[in-house]
Ligand binder design. Sequence first.
Ligand SMILES: *Cc1c(COP(=O)(O)O)cnc(C)c1O
Length: 438
Amino acid sequence: MPPSTAPRPAVAQCARPPAATTSRAVVDLAAVAHNGRRLAQVAGVPWMAVVKADAYGHGLGPVALTALSAGASWLGVAQLAEALTLRALLDEAGVSRPAGESASQAPRLLTWLLPVMEPDRAAAEDSPLRAALAADLDLSVSTLPQLEALSAAARAQGRVARLHLKVDTGMSRGGATVEELPALAAALRRAEDEGTVDVVGLWSHLSRADEPASGSTEEHLERYRQAEQVVLAAGLNPPTHHLAATGGLLWHPQARMDLVRAGIGLYGLSPDPSVATGAELGLRPAMRLESPLVQVKRIEAGQAVSYGGTWSAPTDRWVGLVPLGYSDGIPRAASSAGPVGVGSLMTSIVGRVCMDQVVIDLGPAVDETGAPLPAPARVGETAVLWGAPEVSDQEAVPTADEWAQACGTINYEIVTRLGARVPRCYIGEPGTGDYSRP
Ligand SMILES: *Cc1c(COP(=O)(O)O)cnc(C)c1O
């Protein structure tokens, strides 16, 4: 989608041959593009790449441009600040805006958590809502006070606010409730007449899309249809309807409507591996977290490891030091649990996760006869915390799903929490269709 003449923001390519002298997250843009196309093929409708939270930890700019080149016609983020950053990145890459001549070709940017403010603040020169309008964003609205602020900003900015009316269809998170909707829809209609807003979307979010048998999604759809009637009766006629994130897209065809919002699937992970794994869905994990062993040592049987001595070596043991900790987003819940691959050895963290480092078990230092065993790994060798499961017997690669299981959480949290301190590097150039591996 970005014009080929435009300058592209430089992204840090992964060094070749892979030489992890420090920890790094290797993001495979070919996998991102593949996943986008795969989800688009299943959905059969236009798709939004959800790139909130720094593209689930993968890096906003490279992922957004890759998603556009893979056919995404929308980009979605949660917060206004993220949307403004994204607009600046797209401008820099020469991606056209949904205004002016190339408007119909331009990708749209939706953001759904706006700052709260009084109308006079919203109309002020430095108002974040005026910045949102100047950035040609699509904005979500759920309440009357939000609409008042948006209308004030639109009047002051001399722009029409493109709004997506969010309704609560059963999640009880954001969105107008059934009781609030008639008054909000009527006010939106008046604002349309006044020329301050254009209601371009009706939308909601599913709470249990990963439980296909629960009947929950059918209830959401029923409430959505009721809301649609209210909205039509108020004289609004939003052209775009959207309800499904990755789970809805995959498992609830009726929820696909005019647009699907793909987050986790774009990164190659399943919304719920107990329903179907990423591999079963034809997706490829895009992130690989690796770190060099910075020390390898032998410890004696009974020796306790890390703070609190919660794990002790069952035999004389080789252990390795990996320079990643909870400040980097390694959950402390991974203490003596998080899986780690070193070469063909699949092992795990032993003892507590520290702020900046963890210790991993490298196996026994003596055999059954008490004869010494050599260290199975050397300093500088790469430890892989998570990535695409490797099928070869040369390499053991744990998955984000296995990490989620080990830590009592979900794969979303594993990748998204990866700290800003861990450098990201990329395989492939964003937005060029060149996704060759080094
Ligand atoms: C995060 C989010 C998505 C994407 O969800 P996935 O399950 O990651 O696909 C879609 N819509 C909304 C409103 C979201 O907050």
